[in-house]
Design a protein around this ligand. Structure first.
Ligand code: PLP
Length: 368
């Protein structure tokens, strides 16, 4: 048997699926699951099949209303993951130049590489509030660059890019005929700031997102791409290769979510507000961590001042049944990612245990 040379395996996703689970799991970037029984739906109202060809009309209308964007620009897809795949695939040909932020969600790199993109990177640095540096981005752009890729809110830091900077990036990209992909899967976790999609800012911006992370609806896989009408048309047609039609029951459940959204949003906002306070108290108490106070989002990305993150993670798992995400998955091995979307009691005890591991490695310098 000869296997395809294009197979790409994601070390981060493999780790997340096989190593992250723990009694005190502070690795998740999403909010704890919303329960099916809390949705106002009855089994007898659901159907397995329906007229979902290029979008189920009631869901397209609800998404358009939810996003404040015209239906013709919205492509419903399986999570932000497939939306990212579609967005990149409608722009990239094999060999095309792609500029991706560093640090980033590793799957953005893998997907671009799988599609044959030649990936180069630009930095988002903590000393610049993790914002993209426009001067560096400008230097990195080439006439053959086809796509710039960003996450907003940023995974792993949760930094939010102001609209003015996004517009400048879109205009820099436009100078060379490139597009900008903004992955907004965490954007709604900036509740108080009234987040609005970057898709409204420029014609060469493609946006991807879903209800999976911020609202605890991972299993619903409700994602979307927003592009200009031609990008959307191409994405619908490309999606024919992957799913043909979506799971209609999931579409109906998504519609139920969108038409009963306030309690789902309020629950997520309440949980994150309480948990953020705990995280900030913890960060304030630790001189061995460098991290600005957390203001929005579901994750934080502190830097460990002394010792190694690998020893910290090993100690946490071995002695405290707890996990965080090691920074090596974000190419920043001196950092680690903490998620605050878990139950408050789990976060409180998880942080307590993280403190004990930090104390232990601070004393021994190792994992024992
Ligand atoms: C930046 C980013 N995009 C996309 C995803 C995947 O989202 P979904 O579950 O909606 O496919 C993740 C998951 O962690 C992510 O961090």
């Amino acid at each position: 048997m000869t296997f395809s040379k294009r197979l790409i395996e994601s070390p981060y996703m493999y780790w997340a699926k096989t190593q992250q689970a723990a009694r005190f799991n502070l690795g998740n970037s999403g909010v704890l699951p919303y329960l099916l029984r809390d949705l106002p739906v009855r089994l007898e109202d659901l159907e397995l099949s329906g007229p979902s060809f290029y979008g189920w009309p009631p869901l397209q209308a609800a998404l358009a209303h939810h996003l404040g964007m015209p239906e013709e620009r919205i492509v419903h897809a399986v999570g932000t993951s497939m939306s990212n795949h579609l967005a990149m695939a409608v722009i990239l040909d094999p060999g095309d130049d792609v500029l991706i932020e560093r640090p980033t969600y590793e799957l953005l790199i893998s997907t671009a590489e799988y599609l044959g993109g030649r990936v180069r990177r630009f930095n988002r640095r903590p000393e610049n509030g993790w914002l993209p540096d426009l001067a560096e981005l400008k230097r990195q752009l080439r006439p053959e660059t086809r796509l710039i890729v960003l996450s907003n809110l940023h995974n792993p830091s949760s930094a939010r890019i102001p609209d003015a900077i996004l517009k400048d990036i879109a205009s820099l990209a436009d100078n060379v005929g490139a597009s900008v992909l903004v992955d907004e899967v965490y954007l709604d976790a900036a509740f108080a700031e009234g987040p609005k999609t970057a898709a409204r800012l420029a014609d060469n911006i493609l946006v991807t997102s879903s209800l999976t992370k911020v609202y605890g609806l991972a299993g619903l896989r409700c994602g979307w791409m927003i592009g200009n009408p031609e990008a959307a048309r191409r994405a619908w047609r490309l999606n024919d290769l992957f799913g043909v039609i979506p799971a209609h029951t999931a579409e109906q459940l998504t519609l139920a979510v969108l038409t009963n959204f306030a309690p789902i949003r309020d629950r997520a906002q309440r949980l994150l507000t309480v948990n953020r306070e705990l995280l900030n108290q913890f960060l304030k108490s630790r001189s061995d961590l460098e991290c600005p106070p957390h203001t929005h989002g579901t994750v934080a990305f502190p830097r460990l001042r002394h010792g190694t993150v690998e020893s910290l993670c090993e100690h946490l798992r071995k002695h405290h049944e707890a996990t965080v995400v090691p920074g090596r998955f974000f190419e920043m091995p001196q950092h680690f990612r903490i998620g605050i979307g878990c139950p408050t009691a789990v976060l409180a005890e998880g942080l307590n245990r993280l403190g004990q591991s930090l104390d232990a490695i601070g004393v021994t310098g190792g994992a024992d």
